[in-house]
Design a binder for this molecule. Structure first.
Ligand code: GAL
Length: 847
């Protein structure tokens, strides 16, 4: 009996998604099967997580009120060499799109194939740069040939799997190129021709759904030009027949090694989204909604960190980031409640003050919604709208789905915040390892030669470009030479040191003399170039100089970006009898990559060909060392990070899967960091930086899916020296929850909001706490009904406080997975501090 409704429901869902949908558009919105749509979209890049995580990520987006998933297609992950395609594992695009379909969501596919995206080489395969005569992203025959070939391949794959909406699939929009408008100027006359060609080529693919081009004012019809920015409310498409689409709203920002940590407050993200819909927008996408991880050597930049967390609504590890995720969920519900009015009527804009305005969508038949905005970035304002007074905090929007009741204000965060910790978890020797029975871990070591190993690749007078030489098959290129030091050199007698001077186009360098590491240097996210200047130890006779040049991700954007090189440009030694000698035009011997890479030392099945040396005490502070250790997985099911704070720089693998580059390089202590971020006013990436003097990235995500029950092989290549005995796993745990809500907070009743945008929407201000699955509230650390202040983790009581607060909260919440307490005097001390608007702040512990 119970099965029947379920089957019927499944049938309806299947039917809905298997029947071809007609996707068109006009000025107001996309129209799918005759129905106008307001869409919230979320970028989740499939190769930045693992397939096992995909259903959960998509589901968390859906629960967050998202309608569509957006992703680029990553050409260099798919076409490894001309015509050799890869759709395995993290690159299983069809599987990803089908997961989105199964969740009953739409998909926006940004085929590019240039993507930028802080992804290696902007997503274009490095091999294409070496096809003679190729200039990327221009009216250039080889580029157009390979671009068209790849796009056609992807389109055909999607068609074959019936994934376009026109075939009953989830894909409602496709993108060609990416922000080319920003760079057209670099490509001369041919740029316009290229744009026309790209648009025409895309349209001729006959996918049955519209094409978009982002940041492309001259996108030819019928291709829709869209906006990418922190704010897009003022954007207008290039034709009155195209809808206003925001393809990239950046809810945070990416990080570069050695730099500080950017933060975009949820209040400002919500403000930008509300303003967009207030001003007639109809599709809004968060770039990123889940940023994820740049596994292996996929990050670009250069210098983009392995983490691509992006401070997105879902964190790198797949957990909802609170309160950002919840605040945006509330916002999405509020916008959905306005859907009918927004899509049915034209707005009327009313001025409510010098920087305050209302947009009213009223069709005259009783369906009316309004957005009241205060764009003043300092001052709160009371405004009067339809004879009612409304308090608008600075830089905020209030949403009134019925033109009367406020259900949401972008600056009032009503959803819970969380305290997330990385809890150390010591390495556990594996039961399957030969060390069974021993308490200590067993390590294996393999040490690289500093300089040429095996046969040299070639010898040349002077320098080659690093990237042209490695073709990005590895980060590493050895530049080696030698010098003869005469016995009569003064410095030998004085015991002083000559100085090695190196200049490089980028990105990083370790300098070895006679097998000893003499020093390291690197550029950074803003300047790849750098200089190295270090005293070195030279002896009488022959001295080997071995310089390990490294790339840290290839350039991913900019005009003619594929021509930006890397590697050494000058090497000199100062302080010899003859003054300074210039070695730049000397005889240099080159070796591409490391011996370990050549041996495939990180692959579990090629470990036999390697002369590992076993030890129970792995060496510390030793450069150029490969470490291997066999482990059990950390207990529990929390996401896992590898804590590399005690290591130098290198790469890591688990069971042959590429964790990525690690480099706990610290940002400068002397730069400016903030304690608290003021959400008010225009956001820019440097506005709210934290982490001065701390490693940009300390933990490196190791997906749970990569672990076996035992016998896991962790391989680490350390370039300059670290302490491997101090490496631990860390488990990402939500240990606490917080909420601070005032009696006058508008609150949306999530349960009453229907998918079709109906429901009454408003509820009374309530503190709602929910622990992660299988945990419950074990302790109420702080509770105050009165006028508490502060932030999650540091709330403090004010001069108005109900001493029973903790008791009241404990009674409702202790031992529960979730609980709700209305912020009302009835629940606390009636008549407490009359005349003030009271708040309830709670911090609780989940375990
Ligand atoms: C945009 C680009 C994206 C990404 C973003 C910054 O300009 O289209 O791919 O790079 O900037 O995260």
């Amino acid at each position: 009996m119970k099965l029947f409704p379920f089957l019927l429901f499944s049938f309806i869902i299947l039917f809905n998604f298997c029947s071809a949908a007609n996707v068109t558009y006009d000025r107001r919105s996309l129209i799918i099967d005759g129905q106008r749509k307001l869409l919230i979209s979320a970028a989740i890049h499939y190769p930045r997580s693992v397939p096992g995580m995909w259903p959960g990520l998509v589901q968390t987006a859906k629960e967050g009120g998202v309608d569509a998933i957006e992703s680029y297609v990553f050409w260099n992950g798919h076409e490894l060499s001309p015509g050799k395609y890869n759709f395995e594992g993290r690159y299983d695009l069809v599987k990803f799109v089908k997961i989105v379909q199964q969740a009953g969501m739409y998909m926006i596919l940004r085929i590019g194939p240039f993507v930028a995206a802080e992804w290696n080489f902007g997503g274009v395969p490095v091999w294409l740069h070496y096809v003679p005569g190729t200039v990327f992203r221009s009216d250039n025959e080889p580029f157009k040939y390979y671009m068209q070939k790849f796009m056609t391949f992807i389109v055909n794959l999607m068609k074959q799997e019936k994934l376009f909406a026109s075939q009953g699939g989830p894909i409602i929009l496709a993108q060609v190129e990416n922000e080319y408008g920003f760079y057209e100027q670099f490509y001369g006359e041919g740029a316009k021709r290229y744009v026309k060609w790209a648009a025409g080529m895309a349209v001729s693919q006959n996918i049955g759904v519209p094409w978009i081009m982002c940041q492309q004012d001259d996108a030819p019809d019928p291709v829709i030009n869209t906006c990418n920015s922190f704010y897009c409310d003022q954007f207008t498409p290039n034709s009155p027949n195209k809808p206003k689409i925001w393809t990239e709203n950046w809810p945070g920002w990416f990080k570069t090694f050695g730099a500080r940590d950017p933060h975009r407050p949820p209040e400002d993200v919500a403000f930008s989204v509300a303003r967009f819909f207030q001003k007639g927008g109809s599709v809004q996408n968060y770039y990123m909604y889940h940023g994820g991880t740049n596994f292996g050597r996929t990050s670009g930049g250069p210098f983009i960190t392995t983490s691509y967390d992006y401070e997105a609504p879902i964190d790198e590890y797949g957990l909802p980031r609170l309160p950002k995720w919840g605040h945006l969920k509330d916002l999405h519900s509020a916008i959905k409640l306005c859907k009918h009015a927004l899509l049915k009527s034209e707005p009327t804009t009313l001025s409510l003050g010098p920087s305050q305005e209302a947009d009213v969508y009223d069709d005259g038949s009783g369906v009316c919604s309004a957005f009241l905005a205060n764009m003043d970035d300092k001052t709160d304002k009371d405004v009067v709208f339809r004879n009612v007074s409304y308090h608008l905090p600075a830089w905020s929007v209030s949403i009134l789905p019925d033109c009367k009741n406020v259900v949401f204000n972008t600056a009032k965060v009503g959803s819970q915040a969380s305290v997330v910790e990385m809890v150390p978890d010591e390495f556990q020797p594996s039961v399957a390892s030969p060390s069974k029975g021993l308490k200590a871990l067993k390590w294996d070591i393999f040490v690289e030669n500093a300089g040429i190993w095996g046969e040299a690749d070639f010898i040349k007078n002077g320098f080659v470009d690093h990237i042209n030489t490695t073709k990005d098959t590895t980060d590493y290129l050895w530049y080696t030479t030698s010098i003869i030091v005469g016995e009569n050199e003064e410095f030998l007698r004085k015991g002083s040191h000559p100085v090695l001077l190196i200049e490089s186009k980028g990105h990083a360098l370790h300098a070895f003399v006679n097998q000893e590491l003499e020093g390291s240097a690197s550029g950074n996210g803003s300047h790849s170039q750098f200089k190295f200047e270090n005293p070195i130890s030279l002896k009488a006779g022959k001295n080997e100089i071995a310089l390990l040049s490294m790339t840290v991700g290839l350039q991913n954007a900019g005009g003619l970006y594929e021509w930006v090189g890397a590697g050494l440009t000058s090497v000199k030694i100062k302080g010899l009898n003859n003054g300074t000698i210039d070695l730049s035009m000397s005889n240099w011997t080159y070796k591409i990559g490391l011996q370990g890479e050549h041996l495939g030392i990180y692959k579990p099945d090629s470990l036999n060909g390697v002369n590992w040396v076993s030890t129970s005490e792995p060496p510390k502070n030793q450069p150029l060392t490969w470490y291997k250790v066999v482990l059990d997985p950390p207990s529990g099911d929390e996401p896992v990070g590898l804590d590399m704070i005690h290591m130098g720089k290198g790469q890591a693998w688990l069971n042959g899967e590429e964790i990525g580059r690690y480099w706990p390089i610290k940002s400068s202590k002397h730069e400016k960091c903030i304690q608290e971020c003021d959400y008010r006013g225009k956001f820019f990436p440097d506005k709210c930086l934290t982490g001065c003097g701390e490693p940009t990235q300390r933990w490196y995500h190791v997906p749970r899916y990569w672990f076996k029950p035992s016998g896991n092989i962790l391989v680490i290549f350390e370039e300059k020296g670290g302490d491997p005995t101090k490496i631990t796993f860390s488990k990402r745990k939500t240990s606490g929850l917080c909420s601070l809500i005032a009696e006058d907070y508008p609150m949306i009743d999530q349960d009453s909001v229907q998918k079709d945008g109906s429901g009454n929407g408003k509820t009374r201000p309530t503190v709602h706490l929910k622990c992660p699955q299988n945990t419950s509230i074990s302790n109420v650390k702080f509770a105050s009904f009165g006028n508490p202040t502060g932030r999650c983790g540091s709330y403090s009581k004010g001069n108005c406080h109900d001493p029973n607060s903790t008791f009241v909260v404990e009674k409702v919440c202790l031992g529960k997975n979730e609980c709700a307490i209305e912020v009302a005097e009835e629940n606390f001390d009636r008549g407490l501090c009359p005349g003030i608007t009271k708040k309830l702040a709670v911090e609780a512990v989940c375990s």
